[in-house]
Design a protein around this ligand. Structure first.
Ligand code: FCB
Length: 461
């Protein structure tokens, strides 16, 4: 085995990411309103292990301890999300000052330790009050988002220098509105396309508000992207490539970079009966210009590629996700995600050459492996170390190829509530004992600490 030390560019941002519902707990404390995830988790049958995020990692009360852990690891930055119903319990109107105070303390605490805050405004916990009015499927939710973005950035904008509007619109559309596994738990394809449009629109509308309230800040959005990979037995370009690249990636990237929704995918949706024959009728004049408002960076979440196999013919609505999880010749994480570091360098290059975002951050990447503490209390998660090492090396290859990648956020800082999987999937680099709330940095966290300290790592080839 040969090895080599690879150095990252000076100033490269090393961080970790979380989201509000997955870690905060305190679901009904201090004036917080109900979110669609509170509602979904309190409805039997949605969460595989029957759990909820009511307490989760209790980060709402333990934030100071968690910042101390981040400091111990030497993190340069922390990506977290803000709970909209903690700030505006009804989604708009009355502001809950206690909720704002929590994020004020968090931001100050981070800055005191030299850790840059990267808040995400929407990581899926819509106020239930807005869902009751139709959720993202109605345009007024996009208007409410701008009010929320304005309130938050007026309070934190003097200190926050990096804003992320949305996390993974694809996941909201696909999981929340098509498959119904995520909140709001719907299976309504036409509504999913309206929801996606209003999410993207709300992003575009929020950008000027964030810039106005946060002088000099960088503003961006985070997409989950899926590189498409031919199955090993395929020697020809799979006919589904166009379709799935459209469904997963271009549907979001194209409008953000001023290219309108891709006409071939619109045609697919019309053919499938998801759209009327005149297409995306929810688009109003000016919407596409708003969505294409220039941003400072693109956040990329990467977990797994889509493996195209010619033995799975294109067809049903379920097919894209079925495709994601096939390919017995590959290695998988516990959440059946294919381990494919080359996908990351491939993806970054493709996005750079096609769309040229001025700057990119990997805002999430990580692996679910369930290794817990041994008798000595240590968590030996060598598979996660290998996973991260190989993905960091792939990011480095992209940087060497001229891709403007400015930072990398590991998902996740803490083992946490993994949506419909409940607590069964364990992504964090810090173990959390949910009974005692004790935190134990895993071996991967200790390894990451060294990477950050050296701004580089030793690869293993
Ligand atoms: C991403 C989500 C994040 C977490 C990881 C595993 O899609 O943004 O909250 O669930 O997957």
């Amino acid at each position: 085995m040969t090895s080599e030390f690879i150095a990252f560019p000076e100033g490269f941002v090393w961080g970790a990411a979380t989201s509000a519902y997955q870690i905060e707990g305190a679901w009904n404390e201090d004036g917080k309103g109900e979110s669609i995830w509170d509602r979904l988790c309190h409805t039997p049958g949605y969460i595989m292990d029957g759990s909820t995020g009511d307490v989760a990692c209790d980060h709402y009360h333990r934030w100071a301890e968690d910042i101390a852990l981040m400091k111990e690891l030497g993190l340069n930055a922390y990506r977290f999300s803000i709970s909209w119903p903690r700030i505006l319990p009804d989604g708009r109107g009355q502001v809950n000052q206690i909720g704002l105070d929590f994020y004020n303390r968090l931001v100050d605490g981070l800055l005191d330790e030299g850790i840059q805050p990267f808040p995400t405004l929407y990581h899926w916990d819509l106020p239930q009050a807005l869902q009751d009015e139709g959720g993202w499927a109605v345009r007024s939710t996009a208007e409410a988002f701008v009010e929320y973005a304005d309130v938050v950035s007026r309070h934190l904008g003097d200190r926050v220098k990096h804003w992320i509007t949305h996390n993974e619109p694809w996941a909201v559309v696909a999981m929340g509105y098509q498959r119904g596994t995520h909140a709001p738990g719907l299976k309504d394809y036409p509504a999913s396309l309206q929801a996606g449009h209003h999410l993207m629109l709300s992003h575009g509308w929020a950008v000027p508000a964030l810039r106005r309230n946060s002088a000099g800040a960088e503003v961006g959005i985070t997409l989950i992207l899926f590189p498409l990979v031919p199955g090993s037995s395929d020697t020809v370009v799979h006919p589904a490539f166009r379709k799935f690249d459209g469904y997963f990636n271009r549907w979001y990237l194209d409008p953000l970079y001023g290219r309108h929704y891709p006409t071939d995918v619109v045609a697919d949706y019309i053919e499938a009966g998801h759209l009327p024959s005149d297409g995306m009728t929810c688009i109003e004049p000016g919407d596409l210009e708003a969505i294409a408002t220039p941003t400072d960076f693109l956040g990329v979440n990467y977990y797994t590629p889509v493996l195209l196999r010619s033995d799975i013919p294109p067809g049903s609505d379920d097919e894209p996700l079925a495709l994601l999880y096939h390919g017995p010749e590959y290695e998988y994480t516990n959440m059946t995600m294919m381990v494919y570091p080359d996908g990351l360098s491939h993806l970054l290059k493709q996005v750079h050459f096609e769309y040229q975002p001025g700057k990119m951050y990997i805002t999430e990447n990580g692996a679910s492996y369930s290794d817990g503490p041994g008798e000595d209390g240590r968590v030996c998660d060598q598979r996660r170390v290998k996973y991260l090492r190989d993905h960091f090396a792939a990011a480095h290859r992209a940087i060497e190829g001229g891709i403007p990648l400015a930072g990398y956020f590991v998902w996740s800082l803490l083992v946490n509530f993994e949506w419909n999987f409940g607590y069964a999937q364990r992504f964090g680099i810090i173990w959390v004992d949910y009974q005692t709330q004790q935190r134990i940095p895993k071996d991967s966290a200790l390894w990451y600490k060294q990477v950050i300290a050296e701004n580089g790592l030793t690869t293993q080839l």
